[in-house]
Write a protein that binds this ligand. Structure first.
Ligand code: ZN
Length: 312
C-alpha cells in the first residue's frame, strides 16, 4: 500500500511537470531556428585605384581605352571577396560601386548572389546603402590618403580639390571617413584590400585585427609591383571568409562628439563659396572648419563643401 502510494505520487508529480518540459523543448526549437535563420548582411564598398593591376588614372577613367580592362579586374577582385563572404556565412551581400561615376562594375558579371548599388550621385556616396541592419563592412580597391608615398593614386575624395581632411584632429584617408559612417550605424569594418600603404593606414586607424589583403606594392604614385594574380584572388577570397568568421574581434569605428571637421583645399578660391555657409569658418586662406553634434550631418556638409570647391 505504502509502495503503491509512493509510485502514484511520483506519477502525479511527473504529470504536473509535463507542460513545463514540453514548453522548454518548444522554446529550444524556436531559438535554434531563429539562430539558423538570423541574417548576416555584409556591405561592400568598392573603389578602383586599389584594384589589382591599376596604377594610373587612365585605367580609372571611362574615356580611356585602358578602362575596360581595369573594370573587369574590379569585378574579379569583388567577386573573389563576395565568394569568400558567402563561404564564411554571409546570407546577404550588397556591393556599392564607389568610384567616379560609380558605374564601373559590370552588373552582369558580378556574382549573381550579390546586389549592386550602381550610379551617382547618391546621398551617402561611397557608403550608400549602409544601415544598422548590416553586421560588417568590407572595403575593396581602396587607396591611401592624399600626401602618402609611395602609394598608388593617393588622394582624399577629390584629387583636384583636397589637400587634407582632419576630423577631431585626425588626418583621414577615405577609409577612415567611410569607417566612421559605418560606425555611425554601429557597423564595424572587418576587411580592406588595396596597396600595401593603404593596408598599413587601415590597420593604424582601425586596429590590428582588421583583415587586410595587399594586392600590389607601390614603387611610386603611378607604378607598382602587382602580386601574382591567382594568389591575390585566392587571398581576397580567404581573407573575406576569415573576416566573416571573426566578426566579433572588431568594434565599430566611432569618433567622439562633437565632430570638428577641418578641410584643407589646394587653392584659396576653393574655400570662397563654402565660407558663405552659416556655421562654416574660414580659418586660413585655404582652410574651412565647422563642428557638428551629429557625425552624419558633418559628413554631408563636408561633401557639400567639396562639391562647391569642385564646381568653380
Ligand atoms: Zn576612386
Amino acid at each position: 500500500m505504502t509502495k503503491k502510494l509512493r509510485w502514484s505520487s511520483v506519477i502525479i508529480f511527473l504529470w504536473a511537470l509535463l507542460p513545463w518540459v514540453l514548453m522548454d523543448v518548444a522554446q529550444a526549437e524556436v531559438s535554434t531556428a531563429s539562430t539558423a535563420e538570423e541574417p548576416l548582411k555584409i556591405f561592400v564598398s568598392v573603389d578602383m585605384e586599389g584594384i589589382w593591376g591599376v596604377v594610373h588614372g587612365n585605367q580609372c577613367s571611362a574615356s580611356s581605352p585602358e578602362y575596360q580592362l581595369a573594370r573587369r579586374w574590379m569585378v574579379e577582385d569583388t567577386n573573389a571577396v563576395v565568394k569568400g563572404l558567402f563561404e564564411g556565412g554571409a546570407t546577404e551581400v550588397v556591393v556599392n560601386d564607389s568610384h567616379g561615376s560609380m558605374r564601373n562594375i559590370i552588373a552582369s558579371e558580378l556574382d549573381p548572389r550579390a546586389q549592386l548599388i550602381s550610379g551617382s550621385p547618391k546621398p551617402l556616396s561611397m557608403m550608400e546603402g549602409i544601415d544598422s541592419s548590416y553586421r560588417a563592412c568590407v572595403f575593396v580597391g581602396y587607396h591611401a590618403r592624399a600626401g602618402s608615398a609611395p602609394a598608388i593614386l593617393d588622394h582624399t575624395i577629390s584629387g583636384a580639390a583636397i589637400y587634407s581632411i582632419k576630423i577631431n584632429g585626425i588626418e583621414m584617408p577615405e577609409l577612415g571617413i567611410n569607417a566612421a559612417v559605418a560606425g555611425y550605424y554601429g557597423v564595424p569594418v572587418v576587411m580592406l584590400a588595396g596597396d600595401t600603404e593603404t593596408c598599413r593606414q587601415a590597420k593604424e586607424l582601425l586596429g590590428n585585427s582588421l583583415v587586410t589583403v595587399p594586392v600590389k606594392e607601390a614603387v611610386g604614385r603611378l607604378a607598382a609591383r602587382n602580386y601574382p594574380r591567382e594568389k591575390v584572388l585566392a587571398e581576397l577570397r580567404e581573407g573575406a571568409q576569415k573576416a566573416v568568421s571573426s566578426l566579433k574581434a572588431l568594434k565599430p569605428y566611432e569618433l567622439k562628439p562633437p565632430y570638428q571637421f577641418e578641410v584643407n583645399f589646394h587653392t584659396s578660391q576653393q574655400t570662397e563659396s563654402g565660407a558663405l555657409i552659416p556655421g562654416v569658418k574660414r580659418i586660413g586662406p585655404r582652410t574651412l572648419t565647422f563642428t557638428t553634434k551629429d557625425f552624419l550631418e558633418g559628413y554631408k556638409l563636408m561633401r557639400a563643401l567639396i562639391s562647391l570647391a569642385s564646381s568653380i
